[in-house]
Design a protein around this ligand. Sequence first.
Ligand code: HDE
Length: 726
Amino acid sequence: MTPKNKATASRRPKAGDSSNAKLEQLGAYTTEPAAQLTTNQGLQIPDNHNSLKAGVRGPTLLEDFILREKLSHFGHERIPERVVNARGCAAHGYFEVYKSMSQFTCADFLQDPSVKTPVFVRFSTTTGSRGSADTVRDVRGFAVKFYTRTGNYDLVGNNMPVFYIQDAMKFPDLMHALKAEPHNEMPQASSAHDTFWDFASLMPETTHMLMWTMSDRGLPRSLRMMEGFGVHTFRFVNGRGDGHFVKFHWKPKLGVHGLSWDEAQKLAGKDPDFHRRDLWESIDAGDFPEWELGVQMIPQEKEHAFGFDLLDPTKLIPEELVPVQRIGRMVLNRNPDNYFSEVEQVAFHPGHVVPGIDFSNDPLLQGRLFSYGDTQVARLGGPNFHELPINKAVCPFHNFQRDGQHRQNIARGAVAYEPNSLTEGKEFRVDGASGGFQSFADEIEPPKARRRNATFDDHFTQARLFFNSQTVAEKEHIVAGFRFELAKVMAPAIRQRVVDNLAHVDEKLARRVAEPLGIDAPDPRAAAGRAGYRDHQVKLAIEESPSLRMADLADASVKTRRIAILVNDEIDSASLKPIREALEAAGAQCKTVGPRLGKVWSASKRQIEVDATFATMPSILFDAVLVPAGAQGIASMKGMGEAVHFVLEAFKHCKPICTVGEGVQLLESLGVGDDPKTAPAGVVVAATPTTNLGDSTAAHQIAHDFVAAIAKHRHWDRANIESVPA
Ligand code: HDE
């Protein structure tokens, strides 16, 4: 791993620096300080503006090796993007365990609480190309590389605990169906098209994962506010060789929060970098994202205790049946120095394990163990990608693999084989007696067979558990998610097959999804008659799992939430003060948004700095809105379409809004009046300007109520939002 570049870090602007200062401090693109430009061979370049010509108006000479080197390097700047999970962003940090886990695993990084293990974490969307938008509906990759003292360990997971398919054999088909269609490369980064739903409808094992992707889990508010999962069942192995099955979880400190679908789509246009910017800016400002590592451990002898198969990646283990033990924490505290060298060239592989962690026989995981190494060779141009700084183990590594493209290490000596006797005058032999990684002594069940066990045949029970566990609003979002996607599907037969399958999850869900789709009522018997359908029903010990609903995973804090304070000439600036102070004291970040950059002047002729304009920072970039008082200022804002749209849109996306005095008039088209008692959920109305309230209890109460409304994140049960014209 690259050591932290102190020089670059100290040059970095701090939060709050003006944008000019930021520009001045971006730093030259260089590996070492240099006063001049040179070729890749170190030859000083005399002129970086003119190519070598036969006469000043003549043709360029082929002899111009400086121009040729420059153009040729440029022409080869791009490497093949990842075939899936191409769009990503990443950060450095560390992991520390709370107490030794030696009873369960001998993994070195899970032994000593005083050890900080460096990590590099790459988040990604799955479907889109490298240039696609961050906020599309998709499962997010959550890949963690631990640089441990016994080798690199990669936990290459997702933000959902299950996957679409059960066997690696189906992965290329799944991705061919999901990614843009091959004849016209459309649609980009979206599952809302015929080929995906064709495949999904013919493969009922996708149903559980579909419930997750159609839910708000597919639309994270921030990468810092989503859970992570190892998905497959892995194994912990302790020093005595005893095994425990283990499922990995990442629990975010900031809770789990989502965007609304309308907001996510608008963000894709107005700020396609929304998630990566949020991650970068948080780390830059010192608000380091944090997750706890959780494990669900299942003793070897309980393997068959659940009814469903632990080896089936379309199943989760409800936390109510096996609690998640939080065993350590991960903090991301440093942005990459170079996107390409680090984020693009990082090579993850579920087969990068360390002693103490082993695989299960999950047939999807088994396929991944081949695929990732293979893909890195193609993507990073050869077998030596482990020598790239971002991929390099921090512990010593040594073997007799030789040569290959892009070798960076210069190995000395002639003896590149084992056993050998020509070095140091003694025999060198690695024959199983010298320690190292030991595979768990798992028992193999004959016969060799190309089929699945019947325990993989229940495709609907856990999808139903997931749906039953959601709040009313979350269920509505799932219905809307399915409706949107299926309305984009041209072939009615595909729409029909999907709702017929859904009828096995929940009849009402299927009916509601089908209503606007111009198809027949869902028919569960039709689904049951199709190839691929299995009706093995597992009896689960629970019917609902609260740990599956995002509403129960919210944090009660407003830390790092972004609040827009609308400003204009002639507003009452004093009305903002106590509320802004309370927000900032609680850890929220406030920005003033107005009609123009520079300054506006309040009714009492105080100047107010404007951080951003309504056009460049629309409401979708914020978590909540504060509208000040001021008769004239608000009257003129009512004439600004962008300002009115700002507030209406925030309302439509169920965001907390606080209006002071006349500020409530920006909501008057929705019938919101100045009676605080009749205000809709999450709207805090201060009927009297806080100037008049002064530093009174009432002013503090308003601030307190607004902070409490923001801590709830969104007020998803706000009535009638479909009617809001925004
Ligand atoms: Fe991946 N996957 N995958 N995958 N995957 C890749 O590896 C693959 C699967 C996941 O930030 C590729 O380096 C197969 C499950 C993440 O660099 C590729 C199968 C899960 C990332 C590949 C799966 C994942 C990848 C593309 C089924 C959740 C991004 C480029 C057998 C547990 C890692 C690359 C990063 C990337 C193959 C299934 C997560 C092609 C064959 C299940 C987070 O090798």
